[in-house]
Design a protein around this ligand. Structure first.
Ligand code: C5P
Length: 314
């Protein structure tokens, strides 16, 4: 039976601004999302029976309906019942390389890969836009993960506008293995602390969101000025995560001492990244941080910014 192997890259946020509340309980955001080379591998095989089966090589990852990859397959089954009747379900194997619950969209990118893979397995011929629309039903970061690269994401995070590619920029990524931050907790805590400052009227919300298009960090990206990009990075969720998780704050402070361009927490954390001007610099910073914090619970990666999302390997 036909099978596919897909590569599903993680993302970091170069910018995350919380603008206001939404009637659906989510937040209006203005973000800049960036794919990185650190990726999971997803194997998909049509199994000819009426079942979705999920396996993962990381015991930390649930393999039931709470897994976004499972939910993606379930969504395809309900959206395309005729294909399910013709081809049957899928066996999904996740080879996890992206740290879990880290603010790196690890679960979201696996779900995006399942959508892309099942479109191929079931010969549906869906467009990128159609895949993104399905992806938005699974989670706010899933649409971006389909096409990846560098993009502005507004509304819940699902309205995307591509930016020029950023090439040859390396990052050091740091995450305590045992530390997990709930995205819902981070946003809800932010609301309870800063909700009174949210923009309330619809027109001003839309204006604020579109202001990101001409904002300084977008200009820096267009000019490919990495130092300026690093200077203009912003993540509002740091305001709630850093005080609650001193280890994350310590990582940021440690990284800031080295010869880097800038450092920030990604998404709702707890992973922290540092932008570096070369691979050699990034390797040096990783080594120095490892010497400073020999804790084996601390995972460190050197990886680079990339210009694509889900790729079919075979
Ligand atoms: O969409 P996703 O399931 O990834 O979001 C996880 C949680 O993050 C949501 O339940 C919500 O609490 C919060 N969130 C939010 N506003 C967004 C995206 C996520 O409040 N735009």
């Amino acid at each position: 039976m036909r099978s596919y192997t897909l590569i599903a890259p993680a993302k970091i946020n170069l910018y995350l601004e919380i603008i206001g509340d939404r009637p659906d309980g989510y937040h209006e955001l203005a973000m800049i999302l960036q794919s990185i080379a650190l990726a999971d591998q997803i194997d998909l095989e049509a199994n000819g029976i009426e079942l979705i089966r999920l396996r993962c090589d990381n015991k930390q990852v649930p393999v039931d309906k709470s897994n976004l990859a499972y939910r993606a397959a379930d969504l395809m089954v309900s959206e395309f019942p005729d294909s399910f009747a013709t081809y049957g379900g899928v066996d999904i194997t996740l080879h996890k390389r992206i740290p879990v619950a880290a603010g790196l969209a690890g679960g979201s990118t696996d779900a995006a890969a399942v959508l892309v893979g099942m479109d191929l397995l079931w010969k549906l011929g869906l467009t990128k836009l159609e895949l993104e629309e399905l992806a938005a039903k699974i989670g706010s970061d899933v649409p971006f993960c389909i096409g990846g690269g560098t993009a502005i994401a507004t509304r819940r995070g699902e309205v995307l506008s591509s930016l020029s590619d950023l090439g040859d920029i390396y990052i050091v990524l740091a995450k305590y293995r045992s530390l997990e931050v709930s995205t819902a907790w981070a946003y809800n805590t932010y609301r309870s602390l800063y909700g009174d400052r949210y923009i309330k009227d619809t027109e001003s919300l839309a204006e604020r969101a579109s202001a990101v298009n001409s904002g300084e960090i977008v200009q820096a990206i267009i000019r490919q000025n990495v130092k300026e990009i690093a200077d203009k990075m912003r993540n509002d969720l740091e305001k709630v995560v850093l005080p609650e998780y001193p280890q994350v704050l310590q990582l940021k402070e440690s990284l800031a001492k080295y010869d880097i361009l800038g450092t920030m927490m990604s998404g709702s954390g707890p992973s922290v990244f540092a932008l570096c001007e070369s691979k050699e610099k990034a390797e040096q910073v990783k080594l120095s941080l490892r010497n400073e914090i020999p804790d084996t619970d601390l995972e460190l990666f050197v990886t680079r910014l990339i210009t694509h999302g889900i790729q079919v390997a075979s």
